[in-house]
Write a protein that binds this ligand. Sequence first.
Ligand SMILES: O=C(O)[C@H](O)[C@@H](O)[C@H](O)[C@H](O)COP(=O)(O)O
Length: 261
Amino acid sequence: MPKTQPNLFAFPGVDALAPALRSYIIQSQNAGVSRHGVFKVAVSGGSLPKTLAAALLAPPTGPDDVVDFSKWQIFFADERAVPLDHADSNYALLKAELLDKIPDADGRPTVHPIDTAHLDDIQELADQYEKTLVSSFASRDSVRLPLFDLLLLGCGPDGHTCSLFPGHPLLRESDAWVAPIEDSPKDPPRRITLTLPVVTHAVRIAFVATGGGKKDIMKQIFDSNNGLPCALVNEAAGDRVSWFVDEPAVEGVNFPRRAYL
Ligand SMILES: O=C(O)[C@H](O)[C@@H](O)[C@H](O)[C@H](O)COP(=O)(O)O
């Protein structure tokens, strides 16, 4: 069977990208809820929470355009080993950008932050977060990998995603669901991250990348076989991957765009 390709959806700007991302997330939510009664989603940090807020806090446009946060179980695709109210915390970022702004009528999501009792021991921090996944997804004995309904990820200017960095030995992790990293090239250095097999196993994976600062790395990710973490996700998950980008981020990228319908 031929390998499938990721979907590349390009928009003039974030204003046009946000409604399409909203519709895609609502489809994933509805599919998750009909499969198992809840929507299991993991999110990254960086610029993503702001774009998510633009997508998810917009007023509904019709009866099918419903974000039901009461069915959401939100996990972190990666997190920095800092207190939850720290300026570097992805939880704090998501809270400030999105969670605190959800109207009461849209329900409250269940959010799974890291257990900050283990900040001094990041192996333990990762192990405990893996246990959070185990209790939400089923035991490690019964499932080889947790099956997220959706991963919402960013793409760094070096091609990293989650806290999986180019050339890092963590890319070869094949056993753990959640791994610690102590030498992240992006500050802060101590973090935990979902591992590559967990990322590529998800039902759907969405990358959101905006701005001209991404165009050089986007060319590399889509033009050649280079082992960059984002490219590895594209290769392994094929058409389960969708990229939501603005035109400046894909200027000069030689890869067919799809219209978002
Ligand atoms: O905690 C983190 O550092 C993020 O999860 C990281 O993986 C981020 O998603 C990318 O660096 C893209 O960030 P931007 O969207 O800000 O470019």
